[in-house]
Design a protein around this ligand. Structure first.
Ligand SMILES: [Zn+2]
Ligand SMILES: [Zn+2]
Ligand SMILES: [Zn+2]
Ligand SMILES: [Zn+2]
Ligand SMILES: [Zn+2]
Ligand SMILES: [Zn+2]
Ligand SMILES: [Zn+2]
Ligand SMILES: [Zn+2]
Length: 595
């Protein structure tokens, strides 16, 4: 236990934090008592009436004095006056933390990342019911510590915390959800809006966005007045974007600074800069009919004045008082002037408060930094599809055109659903393409020439029958003309049509057992065999029960006209149930429309 005569508020310590500075003598005696020193060094501070918890920032305070943050000073101040006792304690490590933002802060899209970046920088302990104050260059945020486990006061340093951010009330919950539905417009469309608007540019190379007020645009839906890539903060409420711009995407997000009509139109240099000046008024620049040009110019010169500061605007008689110019910027009202001052001329800290990179003292540069190059810029990872920070890009990431997060995320392996081999996520796309390439270039299988059979034809016989169907016809006797083979085929047909194969389930239409073949006498059978069957290029032999069943599946799939019979037979041969057959087909077979 240490006692101090004085507690003083220090401006060197962030106001909203639980940090304190202690005299060097405290460290000296701690080192003597503890080996190793506990980490973090957490103290319970107590005056006669108040108690709070604090983490040590440094040991640089004068003897007998504690320097505390503004918040701690307020918490300790009381009737009991100011001597304070400090006791080194070990707080339980936090496991679960649930936080309620006290307002809907539109700036913050991902509280978890925001809190991870901020929380432990300013706090080393948290207490249930406490209100946290966090800040960045865009504003300050108040958050209520709602649930906290495993104790009412916990340490948050060096521990994995289950963090949950919950809306304060139903109203806010609605607003949380509201952000999900975003209106969208396409080129040549417009929309009246005062909130986030999605711009679908499709294949337009250049577009012009116009509005009645200033607006900002980004390539992510988390565009806000502190995170954007393009803006109209220094001129007309017009913005030309083209596909060659860095960060350009086919889908962009616009946020206006007030209610406005937003128009999205295709942009071409020809219409923007007419080549011929013949029909353009020399005063106001309007295009007028050749016949009325002189009349218009006479009227125009007498009644309209052009802004003398070079913005090109033309006004009726006089330049209005609220038309302003400042550095390169100009505008027509007080609000846009103030906005320009805020973004361009009211200095902000040089460093980005998230990544500590040097940015500039202009707010506008921070906003662009946050939306583009800041490692904490959120993006949707193409592999895990989460909104996560891009992280500081390594050379590998820069070369690959991926964010650092994606490079790392994509290095994880996954099992290829087709070949079951382990493939890195970022190679999966090209790996799958290879499978596809393989698939469409595969030759069509040759199926047994017995129409009742679905097996692949054997190469060992000229009849293109499978080994199974050819088996009964095989003979080792030399047969150069094939005459002996023909008579064996003929004999097999006679048996089938005269006596049948004896299987009640037989579905062979050229077999007596199937009930589909009926002849008056033996002569008719012989005639049918000679004139029909022996002249056909295919065969009609009976098959086993399993094949008969599979043949039903083949005819079912054939009716869908998606795949050739040969592919269907091969699939049905390889797989047993319809779902497996279908997925085998889509992974291996060439569709009719691809052939
Ligand atoms: Zn004119
Ligand atoms: Zn002007
Ligand atoms: Zn200016
Ligand atoms: Zn940054
Ligand atoms: Zn990822
Ligand atoms: Zn594979
Ligand atoms: Zn066969
Ligand atoms: Zn049969």
């Amino acid at each position: 236990m240490f006692s101090f005569a004085r507690v003083e508020k220090s401006t060197a310590i962030p106001v909203h934090s639980d940090k304190i500075d202690l005299p060097a003598s405290v460290l000296e005696s701690l080192v003597k008592q503890h080996d190793p020193l506990p980490h973090p060094l957490t103290f319970r501070l107590a005056t006669a009436t108040n108690v709070c918890y604090a983490g040590v920032r440094e040991f640089s305070a004068p003897e007998d004095t504690v320097f505390v943050s503004g918040d701690l000073f307020e918490a300790l101040k009381g009737e009991g006056g100011f001597p304070v006792q400090a006791e080194l304690i070990e707080l339980p490590k936090a496991t679960d933390l649930s936080i309620k933002p006290l307002k809907l802060y539109k700036n913050i899209l991902d509280w978890k990342w925001f809190l991870e970046a901020k929380l432990t920088k300013y706090y080393c302990s948290l207490t249930r019911g406490q209100t946290l104050h966090l800040e960045d260059e865009f504003g300050s945020y108040e958050l209520l510590i709602d649930k906290l486990e495993p104790a009412p006061t916990v340490c948050i340093i060096d521990t994995d915390i289950n963090l949950d951010v919950v809306p304060l009330n139903d109203e806010m919950a609605k607003q949380f959800l509201h952000r999900e539905t975003i209106d969208a417009i396409r080129v040549n469309e417009n929309a009246q809006t005062n909130k986030l608007l999605k711009l679908e540019l499709e294949d337009h190379e250049r577009v012009l966005i116009t509005a009645d007020t200033d607006f900002v645009v980004s390539n992510l839906p988390n565009v806000s007045d502190h995170s954007f890539i393009w803006h109209t903060l220094n001129g007309d409420n017009k913005l030309m974007l083209q596909s060659t711009f860095p960060y350009f995407e086919r889908t962009l997000y616009l946020l206006p600074f007030g209610p406005t009509l937003v128009q999205l139109s295709p942009y071409s240099f020809e219409t923007a800069n007419p080549v011929s000046s013949a029909n353009v008024c020399s005063n106001c620049g309007a295009t007028v009919a050749a016949t009325s040009k002189i009349m218009h110019e006479n009227f125009c010169l007498r009644n309209n004045v052009k802004c003398p500061h070079g913005c090109g605007k033309v006004f009726l008689r006089t330049v209005p008082e609220n038309h302003w110019h400042c550095c390169e910027a100009y505008g027509d009202d007080e609000t846009s002037f103030k906005r320009h001052q805020k973004y361009y001329h009211e200095p902000v800290p040089l460093e980005c408060s998230r990544c500590s990179q040097m940015v500039s003292t202009r707010l506008v540069d921070h906003c662009v930094h946050v939306a583009t190059s800041c490692p904490y810029t959120l993006h949707e990872c193409r592999f895990c599809h989460l909104m996560v920070p891009k992280m500081e890009a390594s050379t590998d990431a820069l070369l690959s055109g991926m964010s650092q997060h994606e490079l790392e995320c994509g290095s994880k392996t996954t099992e290829c659903p087709r070949c079951k081999r382990n493939v890195r996520l970022r190679d999966l796309e090209s790996h799958m393409k290879l499978h596809e390439l393989n698939r469409v270039s595969k030759p069509k299988p040759v199926i047994c020439s017995n129409v009742n059979c679905i097996r692949e034809a054997a190469t060992s016989n000229e009849l293109k029958l499978c080994e199974f169907c050819f088996g009964p016809l095989y003979s080792p006797i030399n047969d150069p003309t094939g005459q002996k083979l023909r008579s064996r085929v003929e004999r097999r047909y006679i048996l089938q049509l005269n006596s049948g194969c004896g299987n009640t389930w037989c579905k062979n239409k050229e077999c007596k057992s199937s009930g589909m073949a009926s002849f008056k006498n033996f002569g008719e059978i012989l005639n049918h065999i000679k004139t029909q069957l022996m002249n056909s290029s295919v065969f009609y032999f009976c098959v086993d029960l399993a094949t008969t069943k599979k043949l039903l599946m083949v005819s079912l799939l054939l009716d869908e006209h998606e795949y050739d019979r040969a592919w269907i037979c091969k699939a049905v041969q390889a797989k047993d149930n319809l779902d497996d057959v279908r997925s085998w087909l889509s992974n291996n077979a060439v569709r009719i429309d691809e052939a």
